[in-house]
Design a protein around this ligand. Structure first.
Ligand SMILES: [Mg+2]
Length: 236
């Protein structure tokens, strides 16, 4: 049984301050922005010592308030490295997580060690408190037109203020090596980059989810290089 860590839950006794939300303008070459959730969307983190056969990729050591450190055993979702590389070719990629910075920043450092794929990071202090607990990631007021913004998150509540911009994924539990959710998301993103309003692409391709599953989610490669090259050519 995998221990479940839910960093998206808001506790009532937590101190709250207005969200910290500073993002510079997106790069001209990649005017569309992809916000990616972290926990259970790109990775799964197991707190403490996992079972001996737990398939983790790396460990992060996170300091706690009591001057102790806590180990997290982190598993990348299948296809994650390729997904991030492909996404960064097409989009400005921003990690938007409800987790705290000391924990999340150490994981993102491992996912993008050279800092070339992920342009910015937004942590818990950039989220709004949800009405029934949890966190909401408000995509407005970030200096990006909502027609150019997508978010991928395993919790629809996270993008409840801009539902049309959200691509849902099933939560990754750390052990399912047959998981193909990122293949499916990549197929949507390849199409969305060609739309003037990405929300139309989301609506269209969510309606065709079954077809996408069948057509695009079973191959060994997440991204179709032809799409990426075509996109680059359009930009230049
Ligand atoms: Mg999540």
């Amino acid at each position: 049984m995998v221990k479940v860590l839910d960093f998206d839950e808001y506790s009532e006794d937590e101190e709250w301050s207005p969200p910290r939300r500073h993002l510079p303008p997106p790069p001209i070459s990649r005017t569309k922005t992809l916000f990616l959730d972290l926990d259970r969307t790109l990775i799964h983190a197991y707190g403490g010592k996992p079972p001996i056969d737990y398939p983790y990729h790396f460990i992060v050591n996170v300091p706690t308030n009591e001057r102790k450190k806590h180990l997290y055993y982190v598993t990348k979702r299948p296809g994650m490295d390729e997904f991030l590389r492909g996404a960064a070719e097409l989009f400005e990629v921003v990690i938007f997580t409800a987790a705290n910075e000391p924990y999340a920043s150490r994981i993102v450092d491992k996912l993008d060690p050279e800092g070339r794929l992920i342009s910015h990071r937004l942590y818990r202090d950039s989220c709004l408190p949800g009405r029934r607990g949890g966190f909401v990631k408000d995509l407005s007021g970030l200096g990006r037109d909502l027609k150019d913004v997508l978010i991928v998150d395993d919790k629809p509540q996270s993008y409840s203020l801009q539902k049309a911009n959200g691509i849902p994924v099933a939560p990754f539990n750390g052990t399912n090596r047959d998981d193909r959710q990122l293949w499916w998301v990549a197929a949507i993103l390849e199409k969305a980059i060609t739309f003037d309003d990405v929300r139309n692409a989301v609506a269209l391709y969510l309606a065709e989810k079954g077809d996408l599953d069948a057509a695009n989610c079973n191959g060994p490669t997440i991204w179709n290089p032809r799409h990426v090259v075509a996109s680059r050519t359009q930009e230049n």
